[in-house]
Design a protein around this ligand. Structure first.
Ligand code: TRH
Length: 379
C-alpha cells in the first residue's frame, strides 16, 4: 500500500474551504503514508492564498511532495491512480472516467463529502454509490464512531502539544505585542451583521481585548463599524480594543494563530475543525444555506460537542453561537460567555482528545480503502 497512487479532484465553489480540505488531505497522505499524490484543482488563485508558493502560471507543479495539476477543460489525459477521490461531488472529467472504465483493476473511487454532525451521516458513510457502471463509495467525515472522523495531521498534533505560552507570545508579537491579562481573539467569519456590536462591546470592555482578524469578508464591515478604511497589516486601538488585520497565512501558520489565542472565531469546515484540534474555546459561524439547512447542522454539532460539557458553560456557549449565527442577543450572550471561558477551555481540551480517539480522517480513509481492496473491488 505504501507505494499506492492517489488522485484528488477539487473544484473551488467559493472561498478557501474546498481547496483547504483537499490540500490538507493531499499533504497528509503523502507525508504520513508515503503515497504518490496528485491534486487536480480548478482554481490556483484561491489555492495560492493559503499556500503562497503555488505558481499561478504552472499547469503542473510540485508542492510539499504533492503533484499539483491545474484542472481546466478539456482536462489533460491522465492515467487514473489506484485511489480516486472526488471531493464534494465535483464530477470527474468524462475522459478520466472513460480511462477508468477501460483499465479495470483494484481501483477505489470515493466521493469525499462535506462534514456534518447530523445523524443521517452514520447511515450513509461508506455506502456504495455506483456511477457510470463503476463502483464508487461515499466517505463522510463526522464526529462519532462509524463516520470518517475529521482531518488532523500527526505533525500538527505534535507541534500543538509542544506549543508553549512563550511560543504564542512570540507568534502574536509579529502583529501586536501581547498584553498581560488581555483576551486574545482570532476572528475569521463570513460577513456577519453582529460584528459592529461585538467591536463596540470590546471597545467598552473592562479587560483589554486583542483581536487578530484575517483579511477577507469581515474587513469592510470592520472598517464601517470603526469608521476607518482598514487595510492589511494595520493595527487600530480604540478604547479597550486593539485590532490587527492579518494577511492570509499558510494553513500551518493559521493553526499557530489558533493555538495562540484565548478564543477563536472560525467558519465553514476546515477552520472549524482546526479550532477543535486547538483545544480552545471557539465560536463557529456556519456556512449559511438558503433553506436554513445550516441551522439543523449547527444544532447537530452542538449536541455532540456539548454532551460532555458542564451544564452552565454549555448553555452559555449554545446561546452565544446562536447569537453569532443571527439568532439571539449578542450583547447579553457575550457577557455570559466571558466568565465561562475557563470551563469551556477545559472542555475543548477534552473534545480534542475525544476526536483523537476516534481516529483522524486520513487514517480512517486509508483503512477504508484497504478494506475495499482486500475484499476485491474490481472494475
Ligand atoms: O473559506 P471557507 O468559508 O470555505 C468553505 C467554502 O465556502 C465551501 O464552499 C464550503 O462548502 C465550506 O466552507 C463549508 O471556510 P473554511 O472551510 O474554514 O476554509 C478556510 C481555509 O482557509 C482553511 O483551510 C484554513 C485556511 N486559512 C489559511 O490557510 N490561512 C488563513 O489565514 C486563514 C484565515 C484561513
Amino acid at each position: 500500500m505504501s507505494n499506492s497512487r492517489w488522485d484528488i479532484f477539487c473544484r473551488v465553489v467559493d472561498n478557501y474551504g474546498d481547496i483547504g480540505v483537499c490540500w490538507r488531505l493531499a499533504r497528509q497522505l503523502h507525508a504520513e503514508y508515503g503515497f504518490t499524490v496528485r491534486l487536480m484543482v480548478d482554481d490556483l488563485a484561491s489555492f495560492q492564498r493559503i499556500q503562497s508558493d503555488i505558481a499561478l502560471d504552472q499547469c503542473q507543479q510540485q508542492c510539499s511532495g504533492v503533484e499539483v495539476l491545474h484542472w481546466r477543460e478539456p482536462a489533460i489525459e491522465l492515467e487514473p491512480s489506484d485511489v480516486v477521490i472526488e471531493a464534494f461531488a465535483c464530477d470527474l472529467p468524462a475522459s478520466y472516467i472513460a480511462v477508468m472504465k477501460a483499465t479495470p483493476g483494484d481501483r477505489v473511487w470515493l466521493n469525499l463529502e462535506y462534514l456534518s454532525g447530523e445523524d443521517w451521516v452514520l447511515g450513509c458513510h461508506g455506502l456504495p454509490s455506483p456511477a457510470q457502471g463503476l463502483p464508487k463509495f461515499f466517505f463522510f467525515p463526522g464526529f462519532v464512531d462509524g463516520t470518517g472522523g475529521v482531518l488532523g495531521e500527526l505533525v500538527q498534533r505534535v507541534a500543538r502539544a509542544a506549543w508553549l505560552v512563550a511560543d504564542a507570545g512570540a507568534y502574536l508579537a509579529q502583529w501586536q505585542r501581547p498584553q498581560v491579562d488581555s483576551l486574545k481573539i482570532s476572528l475569521f467569519a463570513y460577513a456577519n451583521s453582529g460584528l459592529a456590536e461585538l467591536l463596540q462591546l470590546w471597545q467598552n470592555s473592562s479587560t483589554p481585548v486583542q483581536v487578530f482578524m484575517p483579511e477577507g469578508l469581515l474587513l469592510p464591515l470592520a472598517s464601517a463599524a470603526l469608521g476607518q478604511d482598514l487595510c492589511v497589516g494595520q493595527t487600530i486601538a480604540l478604547g479597550s480594543l486593539t485590532l490587527t488585520v492579518l494577511p492570509m497565512q499558510s494553513q500551518d501558520d493559521y493553526d499557530r494563530l489558533l493555538w495562540s489565542c484565548d478564543l477563536n472565531f472560525v467558519r465553514g469546515e476546515d477552520s472549524f475543525v482546526r479550532a477543535q484540534w486547538a483545544g480552545l474555546p471557539m465560536v463557529w459561524h456556519i456556512y449559511p444555506q438558503d433553506d436554513d439547512a445550516h441551522r439543523v447542522k449547527l444544532a447537530a454539532f452542538l449536541t455532540h460537542y456539548l454532551a460532555t460539557c458542564p451544564r452552565e458553560a454549555a448553555l452559555v456557549l449554545n446561546e452565544f453561537w446562536l447569537a453569532w449565527n443571527h439568532a439571539g442577543d449578542l450583547q447579553a450572550a457575550w457577557h455570559k460567555l466571558l466568565p465561562a471561558l475557563p470551563s469551556l477551555r477545559e472542555h475543548a481540551q477534552g473534545w480534542a482528545e475525544q476526536l483523537l480517539r476516534r481516529g483522524d480522517l486520513a487514517t480512517n480513509l486509508v483503512k477504508f480503502v484497504n478494506s475495499k481492496v482486500k475484499y476485491g473491488v474490481k472494475f
